[in-house]
Design a protein around this ligand. Structure first.
Ligand SMILES: NC(=[NH2+])NCCC[C@H](N)C(=O)O
Length: 298
C-alpha cells in the first residue's frame, strides 16, 4: 500500500507540470513590495520562489519598491516631511535618500538570490536607460521628484536574461535633463512587463486580491477578465488603492501581457501557489478572450 501522503505530494507536483511546460522560457515580471519586504522570513520565501521559477526554466524579472524602508530612513536622518495639499513631497534630499535606500535594498535582494545559487544583477531604471521618465503631477500639483515612465528601453533586461542572470530592478529613472525621479514600483513593473512582452506580471502586495465586497474576505474574485475588471471600477465595486492597481493590470493586458496576478505577499509562497496550481491563490486578470483555467479544470 502506498501511503496517501506521498500520493498527495506527487499530485501537487504533477499539477505543476502543464504550467512548467506552458511558461517555459517565458518572462514573468514580479513586483515585490509591501510588508513582505520588511519580514526577513517572508523576504527569503519570495526570493526562493523567484529562484525556483528561474531554475524550472522561466525568466523572472523582479521589480521592487521600498517605500516603508525609505520613510524609515527619512525619519532616521531627522528630515521633516513636507506636504502639499496632503500629499507628501519628494524634495531633492528625499530623492537622494530614496535612491540610496533602494540601492541598498536592491543589493540585499541580489545577495539573497546569489546565496540560493542563482546569478542575479541589480539595476536601477537609470542603467542602460531602462526607465525614462518625466515629472508626474498629482491632481495637478507638483509633488517633487516623482516620475512617470515615458519610455522603456528593455535592452539591458534582454541582455541579462540572454546570459541567464536574474535581473532585479529598482524604480529610479531620469528625465530628459538627467534629473533623478522616484517612480512608483507598480507603475514601473507594469511598464517593464509591457516593454519586454512578459507572459505574466505578478503584483505581490498586502492584499489577497480583488474582493467583490471589500469588507468580506470570502468574496475574493479568483479570475477576472479585463471587461469585468473595468466594470468593477466603473460601478464602484472596487475603490481606494485597488483602483490604480487594477488600472495597471488592465493596461498591462491591453499592451500584450497575457495574465496579471494580484497576490498577497504575506502568504508564504503565494507566487508558487498561484503559478503552479489550477485554482491559484489570488486574483488572476485575463484578456477578454482569455480562458479561465479554474472553471476549465473544475
Ligand atoms: N487566481 C487564479 N484563479 N489563478 C489561476 C492561476 C492559473 C495558473 N496557475 C496560472 O498561473 O496562470
Amino acid at each position: 500500500m502506498v501511503n496517501q501522503k506521498y500520493l498527495d505530494k506527487a499530485e501537487v507536483l504533477i499539477e505543476a507540470l502543464p504550467y512548467i511546460q506552458r511558461f517555459n522560457r517565458k518572462i514573468v515580471v514580479i513586483k515585490y513590495g509591501g510588508s513582505a519586504m520588511l519580514d526577513e522570513e517572508l523576504k527569503r520565501n519570495v526570493i526562493k520562489d523567484a529562484v525556483l521559477l528561474k531554475l524550472v526554466g522561466f525568466k523572472p524579472i523582479i521589480v521592487h519598491g521600498g517605500g516603508k524602508e525609505i520613510s524609515r530612513w527619512v525619519g532616521k536622518v531627522g528630515m521633516e516631511p513636507h506636504f502639499v495639499n496632503g500629499l507628501r513631497v519628494t524634495d531633492k534630499d528625499t530623492m537622494e535618500i530614496a535612491e540610496m535606500v533602494l540601492a541598498k535594498v536592491n543589493k540585499e535582494l541580489v545577495t539573497l538570490v546569489e546565496s540560493l545559487g542563482v546569478q542575479a544583477v541589480g539595476v536601477s531604471g537609470k542603467d542602460g536607460g531602462l526607465l525614462q521618465c518625466k515629472k508626474k503631477l498629482s491632481k495637478g500639483e507638483d509633488i517633487g521628484y516623482v516620475g512617470e515612465v515615458t519610455k522603456v528601453n528593455p535592452k539591458i533586461l534582454h541582455d541579462l536574461l540572454e546570459r541567464d542572470f536574474l535581473p532585479i530592478v529598482f524604480p529610479i529613472g531620469f528625465d530628459e535633463n538627467f534629473d533623478s525621479y522616484n517612480i512608483n514600483a507598480d507603475d514601473a513593473a507594469c511598464a517593464i512587463a509591457e516593454a519586454v512582452e512578459a507572459e505574466k506580471l505578478a503584483f505581490l502586495s498586502d492584499i489577497e486580491g480583488v474582493y467583490r465586497d471589500a469588507d468580506d474576505p470570502s468574496t475574493l474574485i479568483s479570475e477576472l477578465r479585463v471587461d469585468e475588471a473595468e466594470n468593477l471600477i466603473s460601478d464602484g465595486t472596487v475603490g481606494g488603492g485597488m483602483i490604480p492597481k487594477l488600472k495597471n493590470c488592465i493596461d498591462a493586458i491591453e499592451h500584450g501581457v497575457n495574465r496579471v496576478h494580484i497576490l498577497d505577499g504575506r502568504i508564504p509562497h503565494s507566487l508558487l501557489l498561484e503559478i503552479f496550481t489550477n485554482k491559484g491563490i489570488g486574483t488572476a486578470i485575463l484578456k477578454d478572450d482569455g480562458e479561465k483555467y479554474y472553471n476549465e479544470h473544475e
